[in-house]
Design a protein around this ligand. Structure first.
Ligand code: SF4
Ligand code: SF4
Length: 67
C-alpha cells in the first residue's frame, strides 16, 4: 500500500495536489502552519495508489510518496 507524507510547514495551500489526485485522497485541512497557510492533509490514505501526481505537481516539493 502506498502512502504520502506532507511537509506541512512547506505547504502554501495552493490546492494543486488536491486537484491532481485521481483518488481524491488529499484535502486542504482546517489547521494552519506557522506561516498562516491552511495546509494539505492526507484523507482516506487507504485509497492512495502511489501515482505521485501530487508530489510532481506540488510547487513547494512538500509531498513525498512511499510505495
Ligand atoms: S500518490 Fe497519487 S493517489 Fe496518492 S495521494 Fe498522491 S496523487 Fe493521490
Ligand atoms: S500542492 Fe503542495 S503547496 Fe500546494 S496545497 Fe498541495 S502540498 Fe500544499
Amino acid at each position: 500500500m502506498a502512502r504520502i507524507e506532507i511537509t506541512t510547514e512547506a505547504c502554501k495551500s495552493c490546492s494543486y495536489c488536491v486537484i491532481s489526485c485521481p483518488k481524491k485522497c488529499i484535502e486542504i485541512g482546517e489547521k494552519v502552519n506557522s506561516k498562516g497557510y491552511l495546509y494539505a492533509t492526507s484523507v482516506r490514505p487507504e485509497d492512495c495508489i502511489g501515482c505521485a501526481m501530487c508530489a510532481q505537481i506540488c510547487p513547494e516539493s512538500a509531498i513525498e510518496v512511499w510505495r
